[in-house]
Design a protein around this ligand. Structure first.
Ligand SMILES: [Zn+2]
Length: 274
């Protein structure tokens, strides 16, 4: 049984400030250790639940945050960027499920460090009129190729979002959102114990899980960028239409193309503001 664990940092217990996700300071060095520990807890849970092949995809920012030598050695590690499917690269139709650890609420929603793909690029993303967070896009991709989203860990706002869009997925709530950069969190140790236990249960139940994406093709993607100049750059691509000063729209037929277009727009958006 193959499982992909997609590890992010903003939803890790004890993380609530942007600095903790930004390389080059002591706070980040601590936070990446907490992220590595939560990923290892998910590996232990996955193997206890029956997984035989476990891969962790390091999926925050530079995508090389996990301290490889400290990760449970029974898993493989995907790291570095750009990757064709960004956060969910590595999932194939023969996987039994995807698990998101350390995740966060969507851009323009309440939540600790909430954003979607890039806080510097995207103010809000909707797919077919539904607020899109990273679970919407990456869990949606997995579902599209027949792989269910089994479990998600993060704050209580993420939990609400996932319950609406993936009602069958288990939600593991390790902290309560007080504000954009404030939380009431379990201790890192208690969070790891909870993740291990809940992931194990979710893997055990996975044969009955159904892959259902919250959005179906065709996908009309409405994006509000952070700055007008980012929309000026985006419309250089012939597939993008302008719908407002900071607003653009594109239509694609697959989650893969939503993800690829958004990843390219994030790169363009940071380049044009540099
Ligand atoms: Zn992140």
């Amino acid at each position: 049984m193959k499982i992909l664990i997609v590890a992010d940092i903003e939803g890790v217990a004890g993380v609530n400030a942007g600095l903790q996700g930004t390389p080059g300071n002591a706070e980040y060095e601590r936070a990446r250790r907490l992220m590595t520990n939560e990923a290892s807890a998910a590996i232990r849970g996955a193997i206890a639940g029956g997984a035989t092949t476990v891969t962790v995809a390091d999926s925050h920012g530079p995508m090389r945050n996990i301290i490889a030598e400290d990760l449970d050695p029974r898993a493989r590690l995907i790291a570095g960027k750009p990757r064709p499917l960004t956060m969910v690269d590595g999932v194939t139709p023969d996987h039994a499920g995807v698990i998101l650890i350390g995740h966060h609420a969507a851009a323009d929603d309440y939540g600790v460090l909430s954003h979607t793909i890039s806080g510097a690029a995207f103010h809000r993303i909707e797919v077919n009129g539904i607020l899109a967070g990273e679970p919407t896009l990456f869990g949606g991709y997995a579902a599209e190729i027949g792989v269910p989203l089994l479990a998600v860990s993060g704050d209580d706002r993420l939990e609400q979002h996932v319950k609406q869009q993936f009602p069958e997925a288990a939600t593991i709530t390790v902290k309560t959102c007080i504000g954009a950069a404030a939380s009431d969190s379990l201790s890192p140790d208690a969070s790891c114990r909870l993740i291990e236990a809940e992931v194990s249960k979710a893997i055990n139940a996975s044969p009955a899980a159904k892959p259902v994406a919250p959005c179906q093709a065709p996908f009309i993607v409405d994006v509000q960028l952070m700055h007008q100049m980012q929309a000026d750059a985006a419309v250089l691509l012939p597939s993008i239409t302008r719908t407002g000063p900071r607003d653009i729209r594109f239509t694609v037929q697959s989650h893969k193309d939503i993800i690829g277009t958004l990843a390219a727009l994030a790169l363009m958006s940071s380049a044009v503001m540099a």
